[in-house]
Structures are given as structure tokens and as C-alpha cells.
Design a protein around this ligand. Structure first.
Ligand SMILES: Nc1nc2c(c(=O)[nH]1)N[C@H]1C(S)=C(S)[C@@H](COP(=O)(O)OP(=O)(O)OC[C@H]3O[C@@H](n4cnc5c(=O)[nH]c(N)nc54)[C@H](O)[C@@H]3O)O[C@H]1N2
Ligand SMILES: Nc1nc2c(c(=O)[nH]1)N[C@H]1C(S)=C(S)[C@@H](COP(=O)(O)OP(=O)(O)OC[C@H]3O[C@@H](n4cnc5c(=O)[nH]c(N)nc54)[C@H](O)[C@@H]3O)O[C@H]1N2
Ligand SMILES: [Mo]
Length: 768
């Protein structure tokens, strides 16, 4: 690799004054009121507001400022003083068609939505409409529809109470079509982790973070996506622990950190080095990398045995708790290092050093994110990480475990309370007993199924509880045409986004309260609850004045649609439930008694109450009743082969976005400023392709399935990446992701390894 010191990366440690500047910039741009600073102090504390950004847990011993740069940005972004009122649509330039030229950032900058809106095709604009009229029309349109032609999508924002009722609404309507944003992120975990340890969620709790001797990171970027994680990482380093990272990109949060909440660190600029070893694995190379680590563990165990020393592998644990060990170990022994090096892009020596850290640590936590899940063999990636942890009994004991880091603040919880397309996850008998609702027997559609059905014209209506699905899914161009061909689109939203700009024949935008805002119902001020990445349930009370008097809570909108679309029933007390969310929590407890014991009484416990996790207790709810060692077939997670001129594209998040919400154009940890239209590439790859750093290029998806997928206008940027791996931003690159490229087990789109070719843009025509 060329000397990369002058390449645009690593402009300084994560945290520090840069994070303060990031917060101040959003504060200025959104014209937030001083009250929003008071909101920040209440974040993630008992009787305060659970942050609307990510799902990172809230410690019981919270600090004065229990928020991070990106949580603060999300808070300020929601509490903007700008409003997208019905007058917004009066502007000559503000037709729906014209707004399709707007950038995601500019659409949301229009401000908080204030009124329910209905699309008028004659004027190509949305217009204000009364709630009663809107809900009655939605109900009337839904009623005659074939239940399975309607999809009820949820992005992971809404609280447990609204989500539980949303799932009930869909099932009472007659469908299990309840896809969720996790179908695009941690579905690989829900399915893949369940297969090997019997748990759809991580096994780690807060105490484990404080006891771990080492963290192994695979494809998760805490500096940007869960910055409060940097505090326990720093604490681990302070007590002499080690951190090892596998990531094709050098992510600053995993390199070094200045605690913005420590006055001394801020004044002295004292940074903590985070990763002791940073291995720039090729995109899709983790199976080989982890196999290399496991090979070292096996060799060390053999050597210890020969020398009469303490064993390295926890044989007793393996004997008592696991299956598949012998076959896996045979694979570890047999695989040649040359193959591991080739597939991972890492040197044997580097893997041996990393393995030494693993072997020397008594308690290890394996952390992962989208870098493992969003691949064709994503589930194998996860199974490999579990193999590594199982070898030394690193699951189900203090300071150790498997730690998938979830996305949206309540994405995990929505699944817990029934937003799931798979019938086997639903307590159908209890739903029947409580509500006299028969859960449909057939599984519903996950995102990929729903988009396929949309494109095939089989979906007639889409209801979205949050999110910006049209912008988040693969094959966006096909999706846009299909979305607009539906009979009905209903979006429950806080801000304008691209999904609103392809309205169905009848289209509504229903504006909702944000979690930070006071939610007053017949029974008084309401609290809601969310579940974090560690399965802790936390209460949250909004205290800000609503952005508009016309807003309704998500729960009230869900019950409003339910009342309008379903026949009346004594057992479906939508109005009563809307008046008092505690009644909904009682229903959740009756439906899931083990998880939600004493729900109403415990919801404000500091740090939340633990829903429990069998794998954490070494009870394995797998087919065999044991934790499973998986022997991989292929050594990469790609599902395609390398070829000359073909690159592996990873789509990434900047430090200035939350999914499709783009706060700004400063990806300061990566040194990319002012634009998102970039393609990052290794300088040697640039030279070999006959291209020049800084020139304009386009990417073309290298898949021959009859669909042309291309994205031009990208500034080629030399960057410290492994050879053969290139990177661009999500969601801009989503036009390049083929819908058929998804994890084979869970159908999570393979957004981290798309085969692409790179061309000059425009292609120079050389005169003959
Ligand atoms: N501020 C902010 N916070 C967020 C979000 C946000 O957009 N902004 N999004 C939220 C959501 S919904 C989610 S799901 C999470 C996502 O959080 P993460 O799981 O961190 O997701 P990404 O940033 O997409 O990718 C993670 C890392 O994977 C690396 N990677 C890519 N390909 C590979 C590979 O093949 N192998 C390995 N080992 N690494 C790879 C990338 O370089 C990147 O550093 O964050 C949540 N939190
Ligand atoms: N190529 C590529 N594609 C990806 C990914 C990737 O890494 N690469 N990541 C995937 C992942 S992990 C995810 S989770 C999805 C995200 O997909 P989604 O969850 O569908 O998208 P978001 O961008 O989170 O949704 C943003 C919108 O939600 C609305 N909103 C915000 N707050 C609230 C609220 O409190 N209530 C309600 N009702 N609405 C609200 C606003 O109108 C805002 O415009 O994208 C996926 N797509
Ligand atoms: Mo996500």
C-alpha cells in the first residue's frame, strides 16, 4: 500500500472539542431554542427522555451529561424551531415532482411537520386535511383490501406501547405483513444468532462491559453510531484491557478518544488509544480472519497440552454446552494460512498477534454491527464470531459475551412486542384469549419480500410507522416507480423525506409527536417505554411543548387507524388504551409475562429493568439444546467471485447522519468535508485502474440480471482501504444494491459487499 499518512483520514481523536463543535453546528443550523439544551440534560436518565438516536444502553450510574455528540444532534434536529406547515406547499417550486430533486438534508430542513396532509394529484402537492377526515378515508380504503396486500412497516423509533398496538392492528386486520427496519440491519442476528445460541439478541449486560479484559470489534463503528460506548471502552483501557478491531476502514472512534465529559482530558488533550491492534480486513473477509484466530487458539491448546500446561480451550464448557466442535476443529487444523491470508487480506503474523490477545484475556466480549450482518453470508460471519467466543467459554459468564450493537432506539423492543412477520415468534394463544383475534397462520413479508411484492404490483397499500423506507431499501429506482403505483400510502412521520415524494393514488402524511414532546391524553401526561441493545426496558417522559398543536402521538394515530379500519369489538378498546398507556403495558405483560413482570412498577428503575436472556444463563434454546459450532463452507461472505476490474463496495454512514436523515456534510472522523458524493479507493487501485485521485467517476453494479444500476458524479478520493475494497455513502449508493443480494438465511440486504465496476464519468470518447 502507498504511504497513506497524507490521505484524508484520522484528523484527530473521537470525542474532544470536535464533538462539541459538531453539536454547536447543528444547534445553529436547526435554530434550536435554548430549551433544547435543557432537553439534553434529561437524556437517558430515569424519568427523563430516552434518546431518539441509537439503542445503546443507559447506565444505572449515569453521569451529568448522559449523551453523546450524535445523540445531541438527533435531539437538536428534532427540536428545531423550523416548521413545515401547509404553507410550505404554496411555494411555486414546491411541487412533489420538483422536490424529488432536493437532497435528503434539505427535505428534513423544511422542519417539523405540523398538520395531517393529503396528496392532491391535480396540484402535485400535499394539502392540509383534518384528522377525522384523514382517518375515516384511510379506514374506508383499507377495509375492502385483501389483508395480505397491505403492509404495515415500522422503523425502530416508536415506543413499545404504540408498537404493540400496531402489531395488534395488523393481525386484527388479517395479516402478518409487519416488516421492520431490522430486516435491513440485525435480522441476520435475529435469525443467525438464534440458530447458534438460541437467542435473537446479544448476551451482554452493562456489568459485563465493566469486567471485560478484551473487546473484539467486527464491523461496528462506535465513534459514530453508538458514541457512549466509547466511555466503557476507555474504562477498559484504563484498567489495562485490550481492544482489537477488524474493519476495512480506519474508524477514528476505534483509534483514539478524548472524553468530552472529562475537563482534564479536554484541557490537556489527553487521548486514550482505543485499539491495540487494528486489522484492515477486506470487505467480506471476516470468515477467513476469524478462522485464522480460531486456528491459533487450537494450535495454542495443542501446545499447552503437549507441554503439560493449562488448557487454552475450555474443554469442559464445550463438552457440557456445545455441539459441532470436532468438525469445526478439523476445519481449523486443515485450512492453510495462504488461504486465510488470501481471503482476509491480513497477514498470518497480524492474526497471530490478535489471537494472542484473545488467548491472554480471561473475559472477552465480541462486538459486531453492520460490517458482519450486511453480507450474503452474514449469518456465517456471526456464527464464526460465536465459534471464536465458544472456544474459551466466552458466552454466559461475567465480563464475556456476544454483543450485537442495535440501530434505532427501540428497534429490538418492537420485535419483542410483536412487530414480526414470522408467526412462530407470536404468542397466538394469548392474543386470541385477550382480544379474540386470530393471528393469520401464514408468515408475513419481511422487507425484501415486501419490496419484491411491491415491484410485482402485489402490494396495494403501505402504512409506515416512521422511517423512510423508499430511501433505505436496495434497488431504489425500481422501488420508486412501484411505491407510487399503490392505491394507498400512509406515512406516520416527524419530517419530510423522500418516501413522501412518490405518493400512492391516495396518500397521507400523518405528523406525530416526537419522544421529547409532552404527550397528554385523557388520562393525563403519558410515558412510553423502549428496549435497548442489552434488553433493558426504560421509561421515557416527554417534556417539551409539541412542535404543533395538531400533532398526535404515534399510539393515538395507530389506534385512530385501527378504529377506522376494523369492525368494532368489545375486546379492542382503542379509546381506553389511548387515554392511558399503562393499560397497554398491562396487556403487554399479560402477553409476555416472563419478559415484562411488574412492567408498570419497574419501568423507571435506573438503567432500566432486564428482560432476561436464556443464553446469558447458558440455557441454549437451539434445536439441539446446545450452543452450536458452525463449520464454514466458503471463506468469504460475498456470494460472488473477484474478477479483474470488479471491486467490493461497502456503503457507509458518515458522522453527520442518522440513516437517511442527513444532518450535514462533515464526516470529520474520516476527513471528508463538504460533500457525500465521493468514492473512496486505495491509491494503488486508482493507479492500476488508470484513474486519478480527485477525478469524477461513476460506479456500475457488476451483476448481470437485466437491470442497469449506476451512480455517477462521484469524486474519486484516495483513501486508506484494503485493495479491492471501495466505499461510498448510504443512502446515496442504494441505487447500486440489487434486491437479490441479501443474507441467504435472513434476507438482510448485503449492503457491505456489492460488486461494482468503476468508470470515468463521463467516459472519455477517444477519437478514432
Ligand atoms: N449517528 C448515527 N448513529 C446510528 C446510525 C446512524 O446512521 N448515525 N444508525 C443506527 C442504525 S439503524 C444502525 S443499524 C447502527 C449501525 O451501526 P454500525 O453497525 O456501526 O453500521 P455501519 O456504520 O453501517 O457499518 C459499521 C462498520 O462496518 C465496517 N465494515 C464494512 N464492511 C465490513 C466487512 O466486510 N467486515 C468488517 N469487519 N467490517 C466492515 C464499516 O467500515 C463500518 O465501520 O447504528 C445506529 N446508530
Ligand atoms: N445501502 C445501505 N442501505 C441501508 C443501510 C446501510 O448500511 N447501507 N442500513 C439499513 C439500516 S441498518 C436501517 S435501520 C434502515 C433505516 O431505514 P428507516 O428506519 O426506514 O429510515 P430512517 O432514515 O431511520 O427514517 C427517517 C425518517 O423517520 C421519521 N422519523 C424520525 N423520528 C421519528 C419518530 O419519532 N416517529 C416517527 N413516526 N417517525 C420518525 C422521519 O420522518 C425521518 O425522515 O436503512 C437500511 N439501508
Ligand atoms: Mo439499522
Amino acid at each position: 500500500m502507498a504511504d497513506s499518512e497524507d490521505l484524508p483520514h484520522s484528523p484527530g481523536p473521537a470525542g474532544g472539542w470536535g464533538s462539541m463543535k459538531g453539536i454547536a453546528e447543528i444547534f445553529g443550523e436547526t435554530w434550536s431554542t435554548p430549551g433544547s439544551l435543557a432537553s439534553l440534560r434529561k437524556l437517558n436518565k430515569p424519568k427523563g427522555v430516552m434518546c431518539v438516536s441509537c439503542a445503546w444502553p443507559k447506565p444505572a450510574n449515569y453521569s451529568a451529561f448522559e449523551f453523546c455528540e450524535n445523540g445531541a444532534k438527533a435531539t437538536l434536529w428534532e427540536s428545531t424551531s423550523q416548521r413545515c406547515t401547509p404553507a410550505f406547499w404554496d411555494d411555486d417550486g414546491h411541487t412533489v415532482t420538483a422536490l424529488r430533486e432536493w437532497r435528503d438534508h434539505d427535505l428534513e430542513m423544511a422542519g417539523r411537520l405540523t398538520h395531517p396532509l393529503r396528496f392532491n394529484p391535480a396540484t402535485d402537492r400535499y394539502e392540509a386535511v383534518g384528522w377525522d377526515e384523514a382517518l375515516a378515508d384511510i379506514g374506508a380504503k383499507l377495509k375492502p383490501m385483501e389483508p395480505d396486500s397491505v403492509v404495515f412497516y415500522a422503523s425502530g423509533h416508536a415506543g413499545l406501547e404504540a408498537s404493540y398496538l400496531y402489531a395488534l392492528l395488523a393481525r386484527a386486520f388479517g395479516t402478518n405483513n409487519l416488516p421492520q427496519s431490522s430486516n435491513m440491519c440485525h435480522e441476520t442476528t435475529s435469525v443467525g444468532l438464534t440458530k447458534v445460541i438460541g437467542s435473537p439478541v446479544g448476551t451482554v449486560v452493562w456489568d459485563d462491559l465493566e469486567q471485560a479484559d478484551a473487546f473484539f470489534f467486527f464491523g461496528q463503528n462506535p465513534g459514530t453510531n453508538s458514541p457512549r460506548f466509547l466511555h466503557p471502552l476507555k474504562a477498559c483501557k484504563d484498567r489495562g484491557g485490550k481492544i482489537v478491531t477488524f474493519n476495512p476502514v480506519i474508524e477514528q472512534g476505534l483509534v483514539s478518544f478524548i472524553d468530552p465529559q472529562s475537563p482534564t482530558a479536554m484541557l490537556t488533550g489527553k487521548e486514550t488509544k482505543i485499539s491495540d491492534h487494528y486489522l484492515q480486513v477486506k470487505a467480506g473477509g471476516d470468515i477467513a480472519a476469524i478462522l485464522g484466530l480460531c486456528k491459533c487458539v487450537v494450535e495454542a491448546d495443542d501446545a499447552a497440552k503437549a507441554a503439560g500446561k493449562a488448557e487454552v480451550i475450555d474443554h469442559l464448557f464445550i463438552q457440557q454446552h456445545t455441539t459441532g466442535y470436532d468438525t469445526f476443529i478439523a476445519r481449523c487444523r486443515a485450512v492453510p494460512w495462504a488461504e486465510i491470508e488470501q481471503e482476509s487480506g491480513l497477514a498470518e503474523e497480524a492474526l497471530r498477534e490478535a489471537a494472542q490477545v484473545y488467548i491472554a484475556a480471561e473475559r472477552v466480549i465480541g462486538v459486531y454491527g453492520m460490517g458482519l450482518t450486511q453480507h450474503i453470508h452474514g449469518a456465517t460471519n456471526i456464527a464464526m464470531l460465536v465459534n471464536l467466543l465458544l472456544l474459551r467459554g466466552n458466552i454466559g459468564r461475567a465480563g464475556a459475551g456476544c454483543c450485537p450493537v442495535r440501530g434505532h432506539s427501540n428497534v429490538q423492543g418492537q420485535r419483542t412486542v410483536g412487530i414480526a412477520e414470522k408467526v412462530h415468534l407470536i404468542p397466538v394463544d394469548r392474543i386470541k384469549a385477550l382480544f379474540d383475534v386470530d393471528t393469520p397462520k401464514q408468515d408475513g413479508m419481511a422487507i425484501v419480500d415486501a419490496v419484491e411484492a411491491l415491484i410485482a404490483g402485489k402490494v396495494r397499500a403501505f402504512v409506515s410507522l416512521g422511517g423512510n423506507l423508499l430511501r433505505a431499501v436496495p434497488d431504489q429506482k425500481l422501488m420508486e416507480a412501484a411505491w407510487a403505483a399503490q392505491d394507498l400510502t400512509v406515512m406516520i412521520s416527524t419530517k419530510l423525506n423522500r418516501s413522501h415524494l412518490f405518493p400512492g393514488r391516495t396518500a397521507y402524511i400523518l405528523p406525530c409527536l416526537s419522544r421529547m414532546e409532552e404527550d397528554v391524553q385523557a388520562g393525563g401526561v403519558q410515558a412510553i417505554t423502549t428496549e435497548d441493545s442489552f434488553s433493558m426496558i426504560n421509561g421515557s417522559i416527554g417534556h417539551r411543548k409539541p412542535a404543533s398543536e395538531h400533532l398526535r402521538s404515534e399510539l393515538a394515530i395507530v389506534t385512530g387507524i385501527a378504529k377506522a379500519a376494523l369492525p368494532p369489538s368489545d375486546k379492542l378498546k382503542w379509546d381506553e388504551w389511548t387515554g392511558d398507556y399503562a393499560l397497554v403495558r398491562d396487556l403487554v405483560e399479560q402477553t409476555y409475562p416472563k419478559d415484562f413482570r411488574d412492567y408498570n412498577a419497574r419501568m423507571f428503575e435506573p438503567g432500566g429493568f432486564y428482560r432476561g436472556n436464556a443464553a446469558h444463563e447458558r440455557v441454549w434454546k437451539t434445536d439441539s439444546g446446545r450452543a452450536v459450532f458452525t463449520t464454514p463452507g466458503e471463506l468469504n461472505s460475498l456470494g460472488f467471485t473477484d474478477a479483474p476490474g470488479r471491486f467490493r463496495l461497502i456503503t457507509m454512514r458518515s458522522n453527520d447522519q442518522f440513516n437517511t436523515t442527513i444532518y450535514g456534510y462533515s464526516d470529520r472522523f474520516r476527513g471528508i468535508e463538504g460533500t457525500r458524493d465521493v468514492l473512496l479507493m486505495n491509491p494503488d487501485d486508482i493507479a492500476e485502474a488508470g484513474l486519478v485521485d480527485g477525478q469524477q467517476v461513476r460506479m456500475v453494479t457488476d451483476v448481470d440480471d437485466g437491470t442497469d444500476r449506476r451512480l455517477g458524479g462521484l469524486k474519486l478520493t484516495a483513501y486508506k482501504l484494503p485493495r479491492g475494497t471501495v466505499a461510498g455513502y448510504y443512502p446515496e449508493c442504494n441505487v447500486l444494491v440489487p434486491l437479490s443480494y441479501h443474507d441467504e438465511l435472513s434476507k438482510t440486504p448485503a449492503s457491505k459487499s456489492i460488486p461494482v465496476r468503476i468508470e470515468a464519468d463521463p467516459v472519455e470518447v477517444v477519437a478514432a
